[in-house]
Ligand binder design. Structure first.
Ligand code: DAH
Length: 340
């Protein structure tokens, strides 16, 4: 049996040394040390030995096992090292290769237009405030003097979350939130996303952006409104831009108006851009309704205010002569990169 054990040990050493990878090494381990392996079989056959021979042989078997285990461990380390070296060599990175070009994006036309608007009003001392897109019915309608039966509250226009909460249909609720919380006098613009249940086409989208503007102070007049918005138009569309105010109706302003700018394409002669009229409508505005001021605990006899709301996409479309609103939302690289 000693002979057999010696033979086993030699075979094991040979097979382990010849293992060229970790799988082969594992095979060798199973063959010799595994539950059904040769060494285990030998241990089992010890029962045929005499009492005296048994411990001596047992010791020999243990020695053999230890030797084989040691060799397996060493070989394993070597093989792992070898594999690592091989990988490192194979996966070598050639740092002299030219890098992949990272595409540099361009600012979205809406962002450009917004920056422009913020620059203009920032220069006139207006601060930028934000309000929530998910808004209370109270702020979106009620506090803006829009009574419960107003057509704008029709479910066709408004996305309701529940009877009290809506996706804001306009940025005007930020007026209310600002007047409720900020000390007077105040000047603010509030850009942000608004939502209306509209089908998508060249001029409509269920989600778009507005910029709200508000000034509250003593002795703010319609002349201030006109002067401010005229300056805004000239800064935005060019110094030779003319403006025209048409009477309009908004529940939260009195009087209310829409402002048109002279067509910057044909300078008022009439073209495809202004649909032949020479004028382009760009915003809604007015003197804040006394009811609205009162709802914000502001005394309309002491303070007055004007407000305006302008569509950001509309400005971007006009400024960059884009004829389809959908282009602004598709993020087609070929379109966007023109605005670099
Ligand atoms: N909120 C109006 C809209 O969505 C726009 C507007 C008009 C805002 C007049 C104003 C304003 O602040 O005074 O159509």
């Amino acid at each position: 049996m000693k002979e057999k054990l010696k033979e086993l040990r030699e075979n094991a050493i040979k097979q382990i040394k010849e293992s060229e990878n970790l799988d082969k090494l594992n095979e060798a381990r199973v063959t010799f040390l595994g539950k059904k392996g040769e060494l285990t079989a030998m241990l089992k056959s010890m029962k045929d030995l005499s009492e005296e021979e048994r411990p001596i042989f047992g010791q020999l078997v243990n020695e053999t096992r230890e030797a084989i285990e040691k060799l397996i461990d060493e070989t394993k380390k070597n093989l792992e090292n070898k594999e690592l070296m091989y990988k490192l060599e194979k996966e070598e990175i050639d740092v002299t290769l030219p890098g992949k070009k990272i595409k540099v994006g361009a600012k979205h036309p809406c962002s450009l237009a917004l920056e422009e608007v913020e620059r203009i009003f920032g220069g006139m001392g207006y601060e930028i405030v934000e309000g929530p897109e998910i808004e209370k019915d109270y702020y979106n309608f009620e506090a803006l003097n829009i009574p419960a039966n107003h057509p704008a509250k029709d479910e066709q226009d408004t996305f309701y979350i529940n009877s009290d909460i809506v996706l804001r249909t306009q940025t005007s609720p930020v007026q209310i939130r600002t007047m409720e919380t900020r000390p007077l006098p105040l000047r603010m613009i509030s850009p942000g996303r608004v939502f209306r249940s509209d089908e998508i086409d060249a001029t409509h989208s269920p989600s778009f952006h507005q910029i709200e503007g508000l000034i509250v102070d003593k002795n703010v007049t319609l002349a201030d409104l006109k002067g401010t918005l005229e300056l805004f138009a000239k800064e935005l569309f060019g110094a030779d831009t003319k403006v025209k105010f048409r009477p309009h109706h908004f529940p939260f302003t009195e009087p209310s108006a829409e402002m048109d700018v002279s067509c910057f394409k044909c300078h008022g002669k009439g073209c495809r851009f202004c649909k032949g009229s020479g004028w382009i409508e760009i915003l809604g505005c007015g003197m804040v309704h006394p009811n609205v001021l009162r709802m914000c605990n502001i005394d309309p006899d002491e303070y007055s205010a004007f407000a305006f709301g302008v569509g950001l996409e509309r400005i971007a479309l006009l400024k960059y002569e884009i004829d389809d609103l959908r282009l602004l939302y598709e993020n087609d690289d070929r379109f966007l990169k023109q605005f670099k």
